[in-house]
Design a protein around this ligand. Structure first.
Ligand SMILES: NC(=O)c1ccc[n+]([C@@H]2O[C@H](COP(=O)([O-])OP(=O)(O)OC[C@H]3O[C@@H](n4cnc5c(N)ncnc54)[C@H](O)[C@@H]3O)[C@@H](O)[C@H]2O)c1
Ligand SMILES: O=C(O)C[C@H](O)C(=O)O
Length: 326
């Protein structure tokens, strides 16, 4: 057995965490031979509910759980953390855009960025899930000077998985046969799910589907899937979001085995000329605990236009938080 690693999860009594914590504890994220110490952060009013989660966690008797530390203090929950999954923040309701949450949630990420910087393992790998995820991650990056900016990421894996599933339905294959999907930009309704390079069972997708389906059905369906789930469930996606978080961290830590994934990463030094001070989703491969942007992809005029729109939205979100860093 390996030595345990410390995994911090915030919003630990919330909807997403109710799936996420149990998946991490079962070994789905870091592998069946990796014990974990779970460090679970909540706000004081939710500590009772968190006690219930702890009771259920105990009742699972997971062999890989080497310890559980619940806390309402980020300095405790992030102490020596090797991985941090930042879920805790308000979800949007019907009719809202994710960026409407910036005021409510942004402040959380200055406080938690500082606490991570001061107390976590300096190599800590961070995933921001709470919305608006890209810009919350940018706030965190700017608040956490002791962390490696390459180790702060935001989640677009759910959009990536949604894209694979939509393509599989359309062309009639299994979603696991779909490869080389890319989600560019923001986890928002401007995101650009790009099938230019995608294959399904080894065959190019772009030529197998009509232009009209791609532009007027597929792209808006993926862009608005979160809102469609809120409308249907009366609450935002939780199990699929937890699954995406598990897969994001698993592939980052253990490698994507040559597969392209989508991750929001700090854009400094990116090969596509995107503004270099954004958290932007790119095509990524992961190996040995580090990510690399897949370079050298040709983008046609339509793609360039879609990428520009999502970049401009992220620039506007950055402008909206500029006061926090004066
Ligand atoms: N990036 C993505 O793909 C994606 C997907 C789904 C949901 N989300 C976002 O994830 C977030 C959480 O969603 P949910 O459904 O679990 O919400 P939820 O309301 O069920 O749970 C959020 C939890 O966070 C806790 N919390 C609030 N402030 C906190 C703080 N400062 N520190 C620690 N915990 C805190 C709350 O007490 C609550 O228990 C939302 O912002 C949602 O929009 C992102
Ligand atoms: O859409 C939301 O607000 C929740 C989440 O970001 C999602 O994509 O399902």
């Amino acid at each position: 057995m390996k030595a345990p690693v410390r995994v911090a999860v915030t919003g630990a009594a919330g909807q997403i965490s109710y799936s996420l914590i149990f998946r991490i504890a079962s070994g789905s994220m870091l592998g069946p031979d990796q014990p974990v110490i779970l460090q679970l952060l909540e706000i004081p009013p939710a500590m009772n509910a968190l006690q219930g989660v702890l009771m259920e966690l105990k009742d699972c008797a997971f062999p890989l759980v080497a310890g559980v530390i619940p806390s309402d203090d980020p300095n405790v929950a992030f102490k020596d953390a090797d991985f941090a999954l930042l879920v805790g923040s308000r979800p949007r309701g019907p009719g809202m855009e994710r960026s409407d949450l910036l005021k409510a949630n942004g402040a959380i990420f200055t406080v938690q960025g500082k606490a991570l910087s001061d107390h976590a393992n300096p190599d800590c790998r961070v995933l921001v899930v709470g919305n608006p995820a890209n810009t919350n991650a940018l706030i965190l990056l700017k608040s956490a000077p002791k962390l490696n900016p390459r180790h702060i990421t935001s989640m677009t894996r759910l959009d990536h998985n949604r894209s694979m599933a939509q393509i599989a339905d359309k062309v009639g294959c299994h979603s696991s046969d779909v490869e080389q999907v890319v989600v560019w930009g923001n986890h928002s309704s401007t995101q650009y799910p790009d099938i230019s390079y995608a294959t399904a069972a080894g065959k190019p997708v772009r030529t197998a589907v009509a232009d009209d389906w791609y532009k007027n059905d597929f792209i808006p369906t993926v862009q608005k899937r979160g809102a469609a789930i809120i409308k249907a469930r009366g609450a935002s996606s939780a199990a699929s979001a937890a699954n995406a978080a598990v897969e994001h961290m698993r592939d980052w830590a253990l490698g994507s085995k040559g597969q392209w994934v989508s991750m929001g990463v700090y854009s400094k030094g990116n090969p596509y000329g995107i503004d270099e001070d954004l958290m932007f989703s790119f095509p990524i491969t992961c190996e040995h605990g580090e990510w690399q942007i897949v370079g050298g992809l040709d983008r046609d005029a339509f793609s360039m236009d879609m990428i520009k729109k999502t970049e401009q939205e992220l620039q506007a979100e950055r402008e909206a938080i500029a006061d926090m860093f004066k």
